[in-house]
Design a binder for this molecule. Sequence first.
Ligand code: HEC
Length: 155
Amino acid sequence: MFNRLTAPARALALALPLALPQAAMANEAAIGARKAQFQLFAFNLGVLGSMAQGRTDYDSGAAQAAADHLYHLTRVANPALWPEGSDNATAANTRALPAIWENLEDFAGRYAALQSGAEAMQAAAGTDLASLQGALGALGGACGACHDSYRAPAP
Ligand code: HEC
């Protein structure tokens, strides 16, 4: 199959892995992985937010499942997803501001607030709609507070 590539295509295929230095490739993988984690946060938060706002009917089992998922997803606090040089001034395809690496302790504190919010939601979501609604402010607020300081606006 490789032999069927035209000469220019073959040259390009061989050159591609050399186009990015090793560290940049590692950072690209970390950026992709942390974005995937955030997407899973957003999916599960969306289930809860939709019930809280009455766009879908409250369903205790589905609410508890989303809250359980968020709880476990937020236990993953992996510094390896945030390597030096993976900020948006240095790397492509990221909205992570350089301020993160200048304030790592504060950034970790914002993440800890998210973990607490997810824990409170896990205790509340399956009880009833009012309990879910009561826990949503702190949880969603933890997302927003970190984004305000450390995420660049969408392009
Ligand atoms: C500790 C800080 C912090 C917290 C807490 C946080 N985020 Fe983020 N979030 C970020 C940063 C920084 C980015 C940019 C990541 C990147 O582009 O590399 C981001 C990116 C995202 C993205 C875009 C992902 C993509 O594919 O580009 C979504 C969606 C998101 N966050 C949702 C959430 C939700 C929902 C919560 C709360 C349940 C949350 N985040 C909590 C810092 C945070």
